[in-house]
Design a protein around this ligand. Structure first.
Ligand SMILES: NC(=O)c1ccc[n+]([C@@H]2O[C@H](COP(=O)([O-])OP(=O)(O)OC[C@H]3O[C@@H](n4cnc5c(N)ncnc54)[C@H](OP(=O)(O)O)[C@@H]3O)[C@@H](O)[C@H]2O)c1
Length: 326
């Protein structure tokens, strides 16, 4: 597949020293026909979904699940997947885990503190380099900037910069917000209440289903294009939250309204529900970034990687709320 953000000639024309043709990876004098894949965050939601998709395409013995708690990956081991311990805080464990790996799928940490996130991510990249990994696919976020109000964005920016400067061949896969976050954002009683509150203004968001991202990642791992490309997994159309409300109204057959509140009101509402402070900061920052249109840009890359149209907002809402029809 040859689908990077940058315009490029055909895949065939791109084959060369900058290409990672993993269907036939050359290691030393040997031609390695069965590349080894490793996935960090393998016990997380995206990691699990990606492993599930990848295991429909390659043999379990070609896959290494890297987990800080290998006990959580017992089911994968039972399926024949190699399970290795690897903690983002422990560089030596990562270097050991990445031995013999051709392509590493690097899933970001769930740690929230910026400085810790960046340090953990640098450990992963340093270890990949030390272990001789041939290619790193980093799952980043859309529109990463050092100044974004969305807490994860500056960490993605710093990680991308570090990876670009590492000398490793890389691919950056930038996810937009997951559709799967919507039930959290709308609240558990949205249908009964007929309304939900948030602070995103008229901000447009391109949402993506986590399992669509997982399938796209598996496809990209097994049918790689040229190295050093950026894929924006942000399908059109981008929606305002008023449009989300309207789509949900259609699904459940009763009016649902989006009620705009201030960031302060959003924070104090979350505080009343005992949401921990770091998550409140993440939530209000996300709302501000939505208002600033940081998630509004769209790209055809996901459909191209999947080979079909991605899951739409309406289909997702139908799946989750379809049983709550008035
Ligand atoms: N685009 C979006 O809307 C969106 C939403 C949520 C998250 N994200 C980002 O996407 C990433 C993956 O999403 P997800 O839904 O799969 O999140 P997740 O389920 O929280 O997965 C995060 C993974 O990181 C692992 N991890 C955390 N600290 C680690 C450490 N010190 N060493 C090794 N592994 C560590 C976790 O291990 P355990 O399994 O042991 O916990 C988990 O497997 C997240 O980390 C976050 O950066 C994006």
């Amino acid at each position: 597949m040859c689908l990077g953000k940058e315009k490029m000639p055909s895949c065939a024309a791109q084959k060369g020293p900058n290409t990672f043709g993993l269907s036939k990876v050359t290691i030393g004098l040997q031609t390695h026909l069965s590349p080894m894949y490793a996935i960090t965050g393998a016990t997380g939601q995206l990691g699990q979904a990606t492993l599930h998709a990848l295991l429909t395409q390659v043999a379990p013995k070609q896959v290494i699940a890297v987990a800080r708690d290998p006990q959580k990956a017992a089911d994968l081991r039972a399926r024949g997947v190699h399970v290795r311990p690897g903690d983002y805080n422990d560089p030596a464990s990562l270097t050991a885990a990445f031995q013999g790996v051709d392509t590493l799928l690097f899933i970001a940490t769930s740690e929230l503190a910026h400085a810790v996130r960046v340090q953990q991510h640098q450990h992963v990249i340093d270890a990949a380099k030390q272990a001789g990994v041939r290619h790193v696919v980093y799952v980043s976020g859309v529109n990463p900037t050092p100044t974004s109000k969305f807490g994860a964005s500056p960490g993605h920016y710093a990680t991308e910069q570090y990876l670009r400067q590492s000398g490793l061949a890389y691919t950056l896969v930038r996810d937009t917000l997951y559709l799967d976050l919507l039930p959290l954002l709308l609240g558990p009683t949205v249908v009964a209440d007929g309304q939900f509150y948030f602070a995103a203004g008229e901000g447009r968001v391109s949402f993506v289903l986590r399992t669509d991202v997982a399938q796209a990642l598996a496809n990209l791992l097994t049918s790689p294009g040229p190295a050093n490309q950026v894929y924006e997994l942000a399908p059109a159309p981008a929606h305002t939250l008023a449009e989300v409300a309207s789509a949900l109204s259609e699904v459940v057959g009763r009016p649902i309204q989006y009620v705009e509140i201030s960031e302060e009101q959003l924070a104090s509402g979350a505080r009343q529900q005992q949401v921990p402070e770091p998550f409140i900061t993440l939530l209000t920052g996300m709302a501000a970034a939505m208002r600033d249109q940081e998630f509004a840009a769209t790209s055809p890359a996901l459909a191209q990687l999947l080979g079909h149209a991605p899951t739409t907002l309406k289909t997702y809402l139908q799946t989750v709320y379809g049983s709550q029809v008035a």
